[in-house]
Design a protein around this ligand. Structure first.
Ligand SMILES: [Zn+2]
Ligand SMILES: [Zn+2]
Length: 370
């Protein structure tokens, strides 16, 4: 079928992207879903830093690629075979499919699915190959999702069903920002009762970690937010954090926490997070810095103070287990993820929206399709 989508043509185009236009909104051909695959009409798709990382070349991926990995939509058709998802079902896309059978999947989210990672790196779906083309030439999938488009064909193992009371933009944000930021806390850090929790870097993922940390209020956690942008600190205060600081203030006031989540994806933020981790505490890093980035950390301080540094990809999540839990928290009013949505935009505004993301102003800009 004919679809419309935003294709990244080349990597490393200069900013501003509104002028260099690395993404083209164009017509594409989408093949029928194969066995175990679903055709989904996209309802909402969020712009995430990992999309920008492909545009600016921090994460090298094959092009042309139809970007977008944080999304929700409705199933329009299922491929041949017995599927468990009905036509009309709303689904959350997740950006790392889980085959359920490999050594990675056996670790319950601690390490990524092996064939899922291979397919993602090749720009293919989990079963292999691509369903997207343009003028006869194949276009790569982004993380098995490719949601900056009116429709997508995805593997069943790339989605989690949600009920209709979960609005599309809430469902979309659950799939990347909340799964990653929340998982960094609940799966990787597992704070003990009364632990102070600090989040460094208040983009979509970091702010989602803040919301999840605040949802644990009954356990007596103090929540501290850290960012360089005053508006983001103001929003964190509005959401209810106990304190909000710039990195300079954290150093100056010697603020520490038992659990520190780094969600900025740069070396300075990582070093701030490690330095602010209290003796016996844990730094969890979920940001994606450039592949050649190196940080200065004192091994002695880790040993002498019994501190840990833990890496967490996709919040070490098992989406089919974790998303229903976040939905329950959202329904109970404990996880107002709507607050992460800072703007609604149209598909045609995508290059300008990438500039907003690069400038660090945007939390979650969500493309809405009607
Ligand atoms: Zn993302
Ligand atoms: Zn697997």
């Amino acid at each position: 079928m004919k679809i419309r989508g935003a294709v990244l043509e080349r990597i490393g185009a200069p900013a501003p992207f509104a002028e260099s236009a690395p993404l083209t909104v164009c017509d594409l051909e989408l093949r029928e879903p194969g066995p175990g695959e679903l055709l989904v009409r996209i309802e909402a798709a969020g712009l995430c830093h990992s999309d920008l990382s492909v545009v600016d070349g921090n994460r090298v991926r094959p092009v042309p690629m139809l970007l977008g990995h944080e999304a929700a939509g409705r199933v329009l058709a299922a491929g041949p075979g017995d599927g468990d998802i009905a036509v009309g079902q709303r689904v959350v896309m997740t950006f790392l499919p889980r085959c359920g059978e490999c050594a990675g999947c056996a670790t319950d989210g601690r390490t990524p699915c092996v064939p899922g990672s291979v397919a993602n790196n090749a720009g293919e779906l989990l079963n292999g190959g691509r369903r997207l083309s343009r003028a006869g030439a194949e276009v790569h999938h982004h993380l098995g999702v490719s949601a900056f488009a009116t429709h997508a064909v995805v593997d069943r193992r790339s989605v989690v069903p949600v009920d209709d009371d979960v609005p599309p933009e809430v469902a979309a944000v659950l799939g990347c920002a909340v799964l990653t930021g929340g998982g960094a806390l609940l799966n990787s850090a597992r704070p003990g009762t009364g632990d102070r929790i600090m989040v460094v870097g208040l983009g979509g993922v970091g702010m989602a970690a803040v919301l999840v940390a605040l949802s644990l209020a009954a356990e007596g956690h103090e929540v501290v937010a850290v960012d360089t942008v005053p508006e983001k600190l103001a929003l964190a205060r509005e959401l209810g954090v106990h304190a909000a600081y710039t990195p300079a203030e954290v150093a100056e006031l010697d603020v520490q926490a038992e659990v520190v989540v780094e969600a900025a994806g740069n070396v300075r933020a990582f070093e701030t997070a490690v330095a602010a981790t209290a003796p016996g505490g844990t730094t969890v890093t979920v940001g994606l810095p450039a592949p050649d980035a190196r940080a200065a950390v004192s091994p002695l301080a880790l040993v002498a103070q019994g501190r840990s540094i833990v890496g967490s990809y996709l919040g070490s999540a098992v989406p089919s287990r974790d998303i229903p839990e976040y939905v329950r928290m959202w329904r109970a009013g404990r996880l107002p993820v709507e607050r992460l949505v800072s703007a609604h935009i149209g598909l045609d505004e995508i290059n300008r929206a990438m500039d907003e993301l690069a400038a660090g102003h945007a939390l979650r800009q969500v493309i809405v399709f009607d």
